[in-house]
Design a protein around this ligand. Structure first.
Ligand code: ZN
Ligand code: ZN
Length: 134
């Protein structure tokens, strides 16, 4: 499906074609730290179907425990994470679902790195619900 999105401050915008069947929750500790949250939600877009329309993301290359390097692109103005990919010859971009306008239609289909998943993030159904900030 065609998607579009951008960062919080509007500096970075993009369009892409992504497969709604390929939406994944990642519970790895790198994603927890880099998002500042419990987990990350990612949808893959092929290289030739992802296009930056405005702004130039800042790149941070993280090295995983395995030694594998991964490019993390984010807005230099507001810090919104935009995508990750491989440092050389990227085939896919891992787009951050929260930045995509159609995110309500991009429900995750699987979870990975469950060994570092936070127990309390597994079931939030029972938590008190407030429509806006309390
Ligand atoms: Zn921004
Ligand atoms: Zn991760």
């Amino acid at each position: 499906m065609k998607i579009d999105g951008g960062c919080h401050c509007g500096n970075i915008t993009f369009v892409a074609e992504a497969d709604p069947g390929q939406v994944t929750i990642c519970h790895c500790t790198d994603c927890q730290i880099l998002t500042g949250s419990a987990f990350r939600v990612v949808v893959r877009a092929p290289r030739d179907k992802f296009e930056l329309r405005g702004g130039k993301p800042k790149i941070y290359v993280k090295t995983a425990e395995s030694g594998m390097k991964r490019v993390q692109a984010f807005c230099p103005e507001c810090g919104t994470p935009i995508y990750s990919t491989t440092p050389t010859d990227p085939q896919f971009y891992g787009l951050r679902v929260g930045t995509i306008r159609q995110r309500a239609q991009l429900g995750p289909k699987k979870q990975q790195w469950c060994r570092s998943a936070l127990d309390w993030a597994q079931d939030i159904h029972a938590l008190q619900k407030v429509d806006k900030q309390q």
